[in-house]
Structure formats: structure tokens, C-alpha cells
Write a protein that binds this ligand. Sequence first.
Ligand code: G3I
Length: 303
Amino acid sequence: ADTLGAQAALSGRYFGTAVAAGRLGDSTYAGIVDREFSSVTAENEMKWDTVEPSRGSFNFGPGDQIANRALGRGQQVRGHTLVWHSQLPGWVGSIRDANTLRSVMNNHITTVMNHYRGKIHSWDVVNEAFADGGSGQLRSSVFRDVLGDGFLEEAFRTARQADPNAKLCYNDYNIENWTDAKTQGVYRMVRDFKARGVPIDCVGLQAHFGAGGPPANFQTTVSSFAALGVDVQITELDIAQASQTAYANAVRACMNVARCTGITVWGVRDSDSWRTGQNPLLFDNAGNKKPAYHSVMSVLGGA
Ligand code: G3I
């Protein structure tokens, strides 16, 4: 096949990109999004600060623009993200009463998932809840600090009720190296959820890599999560300098694990990336395919 999406589909996977609504008027950008990708993730437009800027008042305009445009072109949509400590409006961050915060969190999850029901294949229900460094514990956030560690499980239970057909994902960064304490902390959480019947279907590995690409044990991480009975998705892939080898290694780890069901790169052209000056994506600033594009194609089994 001659596009990333079509080639990935031959092995039953999707190949997606993050999309920014504000760039869709750029015909070079939109042309690549439409041609190459079979899934899209809103880069910012489904985050809490956009979707519920004040309590109970929901704004689905920007997210709808991305989702409806994609669905109309036969692309799938990933939902990003429901519960996250960042891009969280101040009114949520200042809640100190647990009953209030619980009801606010559950109402947000339910309202957003109901709105998009049937349109979103996978939701990042909770994003980046684990601490960096060696603790293997949850990070401090309004959710953890006011509700306790149980907020995670509550979020997933609420999400399952809101849209029983969406895959429910836990998504995080720096959980690609199997021996890192953060990876092990997330692994223990997923294992515990599966053991106790807390609904979880998927782990999202963001995969924001340095120039060396994934660690040598990356495939072990992918297969170890998969062995718990969840899908694994690479959700925000970008690699400083985008070497062919680094991209090939990242994609190969997914291709080698049956339950690694899809890959999303975090932007289209280098100039669209949040990693300014690092040239981490598959298309150059003019929209031309970079060498890494061709190595990804080849690992996906294409020419
Ligand atoms: O919307 C405002 C706009 O009104 C204002 O004029 C402009 C001026 O700077 O800022 C705009 O907001 C920016 C927003 O992107 C939209 O462009 C924010 O300042 C900026 O912080 C925000 O950055 C996003 C970042 O998440 C925020 O945490 C990036 O685009 C987005 O790529 C990045 O994505 C995250 C994932 O969601 C989670 N994982 C890590 C990943 C990379 O940080």
C-alpha cells in the first residue's frame, strides 16, 4: 500500500496522527492528514480546559470539528483525554471537597463520553497520573490529593458506564523502558485492575523519545503489558532528529506484538511539533516525506 494508514491496515493496525484544529485550514497539512492516516487524535481540543472551561458548561466545537472531519473521511478517532492534571481549568484545581470533586470528575467523563459515544474507538481515560522518578507511585494532583489513589479506578468505572463500546486506556510517558520504576508502577496498577475486574482495555505508551529512539527493552514493555490482557497503543510517537533506525525500532516493537493495535505520531510536519527545533516527525516543514517515513513504511511491511 502507498500510505501509512493503508499499509498498517494490512496487519489490522491503525496509523494515526495528532491533529490541531487551527492547522486544518493549511492545505498542505490537511492534505497529508487525509492521505496518510487512518486515525486522528485531537492534540488539544478534547482536553478539559477546552471542553469544560467552567463548571457544567461544555464546549465541543473544536473537538467536533476534528472528530466529524475525520469520521467523514473514514478515519477513526482517539479520545484524548478525560482526567489529567494538566490543561485543567483553575476551577477544578481549586476544589478541596472530595464529594464535589468526585461528582465533577464523573460528570465530566460521562458528559464528554456521551457526546462522543460511537465516534471514538479508544479514550485516554486517565493521562499521566504516575510520578516521574523512582517512586512508582501516583503523582500529586488535585485528583490524587483530594480523592486518593482510588480516583483512577473510579474514573475507569465511570467511563465504562458512559460508553461501553469504547476502549478505555491509561496513557503515560516515560513508561517505555521496562526496568523503570514508573513503568513498573503502571504495570502493577493494570495487573491489579485486571485481577479485581476494574474495567481497562488498553495502555497507551506515549513514546516521546530522544535521538536514540526506544530503549532496547521496549518490545518487552509492549509484550508485558499485552500479556496482562490489554491492548497496547503507541499514542504520541516522536523522536528527536527522527533517525530511520530509531523510528524503525519503535514501529517494529509494535509489529512484533499482536496486541499492539496501532501507532499515532504526535503531529504531521516538523514545524507542527510541540518539540520546537527537534525535527522529530515523519514529514519536513514543506510536507515532504523524510527518510524515517520510508523506514516506517518498510517495517509496516510496505515498499
Ligand atoms: O490556546 C492557546 C492560545 O489561545 C494562545 O494564543 C497560545 C499562545 O501560546 O497558546 C495556546 O495554548 C497552547 C496549546 O498548546 C494550543 O496551541 C498552550 O500554550 C500550549 O501549552 C499547548 O501545548 C500542548 C501541550 O500538550 C500542553 O500540555 C501541545 O500543543 C500538545 O502537543 C501537548 O501534548 C501533550 C499531550 O497532550 C500529553 N502528552 C504530552 C504531550 C506533549 O507535551
